[in-house]
Design a protein around this ligand. Structure first.
Ligand code: ATP
Ligand code: MG
Length: 347
């Protein structure tokens, strides 16, 4: 099968002005500008196959959105080549737009004052979607979400979750071959996240749409992605199935601990306190002993341990001296922890 998107040695640099300080500086800036170059994306190559869902991951400022903007044709690479659906995106923006859908979780592409259904009709016209395709999509949508409830509400009256839902549906309306989702679950509650993931999964399956997804939520990755690409500081760190990544960390186990009663509500502050306390107990300070990381996920404290370097029973005993443990289980290293480790110190 031939790739649907191809990036070859893609680099993107931005020129940013080094502002001089003070009034004198501002005046000097007027006459001689002092630029510095920021390399946001550095020599990235990858092939994406039709129908794949690829998780495009990396810490803040890694270069994810910049890469997506190049793939959608909004930005031109400084060097290297991008082919998307057989064309060069920035040179053929309008043709490219026909083949792709885009959702930026932070902002909506829908018309604020209009009910979603009107936005959908405008998009139908813009993309020249045939009546039958449009009808098909609407039928598929109504099997997944309560369209009646969503479609007639002005977008500005929608909750963030409803709006995101509509944005995703809108991005699929012309049945594009590729959809880019840049942080589609940002700011949503657990139930809405689950709903959005389900929606993405079904759309990918029903329409064989290729999906490139960026997210900071490893729940998205676990639910949707088989393959992940990780970048940091513009440079690619990993491109493979997520399974292989977890295997690289085969000596690690995660101890999941409930330090509160099962149905007790807990605040983020309290969880942070518990994390700090467990770090103290295990002496995980600024200079952590090798192979122990403490964090939390949902309502549990997670202690990630390299079994070869540490004794799990000893760790449990130390924690138990200070805290009541309501529940505990041992799991293979989670995606969350693997990714966190890679962000922290590379592979
Ligand atoms: N238009 C621009 N001009 C100058 N620098 C830019 C521009 N756009 C992005 N950058 C810089 O490029 C780098 C990568 O930014 P990008 O938005 O691609 O990161 P990201 O991986 O999407 O991060 P996040 O997870 O925070 O969304 C950052 O250092 C950013 O400041
Ligand atoms: Mg971004």
């Amino acid at each position: 099968m031939e790739e649907i998107i191809k990036l070859k040695n893609v680099t993107k640099e931005f020129k940013v002005l080094n502002r001089r300080e003070g009034l004198k500086g501002s005046i000097r800036d007027l006459f001689s500008r002092d630029y510095r170059t920021v390399r946001a994306v550095n020599d990235i190559s990858m092939d994406i196959m039709p129908g794949e869902i690829v998780g495009y991951l990396g810490p803040n400022g890694a270069g994810k959105s910049t890469t997506i903007k190049m793939m959608t044709g909004v930005l031109e690479p400084s060097s290297g080549e991008i082919i998307c659906n057989g064309i060069i995106p920035y040179k053929n923006r309008s043709v490219n737009a026909q083949n792709i859908g885009v959702v930026f979780g932070q902002r909506s592409q829908l018309w604020w004052a209009l009910p979603a259904v009107e936005s959908f009709k405008i998009l139908k016209d813009i993309y020249q979607v045939s009546d039958s395709t449009y009808k098909d999509m609407m039928e598929l949508y109504s099997t997944m979400v309560d369209m009646d409830q969503l479609m007639h509400k002005p977008v500005r009256q929608m909750s963030l979750g409803q709006r995101t839902l509509c944005d995703i549906l809108a991005s699929f309306i012309h049945n594009p071959r590729v959809v880019f989702l840049d942080e589609p679950t940002i700011g949503l509650d657990v139930a809405m996240k689950a709903k959005i993931r389900e929606l993405i999964k079904i759309l990918n399956k029903e329409k064989s749409t290729t999906i490139i997804l960026t997210t900071h939520d490893m729940g998205d990755v676990d639910a949707l992605c088989r393959r992940i690409v990780i970048i940091d500081k513009g440079t690619m760190l990993y491109d493979n199935d997520i399974e292989n990544l977890t295997e690289l960390f085969g000596d690690y186990r995660t101890i999941k601990l409930s330090l509160i009663k099962k149905d007790e509500a807990i605040t983020e502050d309290r969880l942070n306190e518990l994390v700090a306390s467990v770090r103290d107990i295990l002496d995980v300070g600024a200079k952590a002993p090798e192979g122990i990381t403490v964090s939390y996920n949902e309502n549990e404290i997670e202690v990630l341990v390299d079994e070869h370097k540490n004794n799990i029973v000893k760790i449990m005993n130390l924690i138990q001296e200070k805290h009541k443990i309501y529940d505990m289980h041992l799991v293979e290293i989670s995606t969350e922890s693997v990714i966190k480790k890679i962000y922290e110190r590379g592979i």
